[in-house]
Design a protein around this ligand. Structure first.
Ligand SMILES: Nc1ncnc2c1ncn2[C@@H]1O[C@H](COP(=O)(O)OP(=O)(O)OP(=O)(O)O)[C@@H](O)[C@H]1O
Length: 261
């Protein structure tokens, strides 16, 4: 199931920030791969360059940041050669992202249902009625019981865990094959964390998505990931199958992260 060509292949990516006369290379010669239905973790301490890697893949690096070199392939698309218009289209149809703080990622003045329907209608030529039906189905798929009741609620009226499920539904409604999850459970309490992790595990099989999971939490990695890249100061210092990496870490930094768990 995880055999075959990569869904996402990042090769020798370098992303830097120029501020005044200073240049910070946040991502320095990073190469990573995600296969269909695989959960790949990118771990490392705060400031190691995980989020900048994600933003580079999504085409969301803004000045003073610049992607200096490398290649990012998503399916048959060469992302660094895409225009911003093409990238906007790909974000939604091919790749989607969920963030740490789902409440802030949602629009506070629109109902949950409205936001889902708008995403559907942005990507599919369907009537309002069909969009609603699709939105409701996707809510159910993301583990939201009683979607009809939730449809007319505003983000502040539902819990953080439910908001994250709504974000997952929004991410998947357009049929994206790659989901980038940037610290998806960090802001949630432990029991809700476990539920969301389970949900991610389920949707990768059911919706055939590959997931790039960005986290500093090795517990989350052990629970969910198949493959791990360890990042430090912008570089990948070690990578491997999750079982091998945990049982036999080679790089001192990986050993340190595992000991600090
Ligand atoms: N807008 C920016 N301007 C200047 N430098 C930046 C900017 N964004 C990121 N950086 C640099 O990139 C480095 C990596 O940041 P990044 O957010 O990717 O780390 P991270 O591993 O995701 O950390 P965290 O877990 O705290 O989000 C930072 O230490 C900072 O030096």
């Amino acid at each position: 199931m995880m055999e075959g060509p990569a869904l996402l292949k990042v090769s020798h990516l370098r992303t830097s920030f120029h501020t005044g006369s200073r240049k910070v290379t946040a991502v320095d010669d990073v190469s990573i791969e995600v296969k269909p239905q695989q959960i790949v973790a990118l771990v490392g301490e705060s400031g190691s360059g995980k989020s900048v890697t994600a933003m580079s893949i999504l085409g969301l690096v803004d000045p003073p940041g610049i992607i200096e070199s490398g290649e990012i392939r998503l399916g048959c698309n060469n992302l660094l050669e895409c225009s911003s218009r093409q990238l906007r289209k790909l974000r939604g149809t091919e790749m989607a992202v969920i963030f740490q703080d789902p409440m802030n990622a949602l629009n506070p003045v629109l109902t949950i249902g409205r936001q889902l329907m708008e995403t559907v209608m942005l990507h599919k030529r369907v009537s309002g009625k069909e969009a609603k039906a699709l939105a409701l189905r996707q809510m159910q798929q993301a583990g939201l019981a009683e979607p009809e009741r939730l449809f007319n609620k505003y983000p502040f009226q539902i819990s953080g865990g439910m908001c994250q499920r709504v974000m997952i539904a929004i991410a998947l409604v357009s049929g994206a094959r790659l989901l980038i999850a940037d610290e998806p459970t960090t802001a949630l309490d432990v029991t809700i964390q476990a539920q969301i992790l389970k949900e991610l595990d389920r949707i990768r099989w059911e919706n055939h998505v590959g997931i790039l999971l960005i986290t500093h939490d090795l517990g989350v990695v052990a629970e969910l990931a198949d493959y791990v890249y360890v990042m430090k100061s912008g570089k990948i210092v070690e990578s491997g199958n999750v079982f091998e990496l945990f049982s036999n870490p080679v790089h001192p930094y990986t050993k340190y992260l595992i000991e600090c768990r």
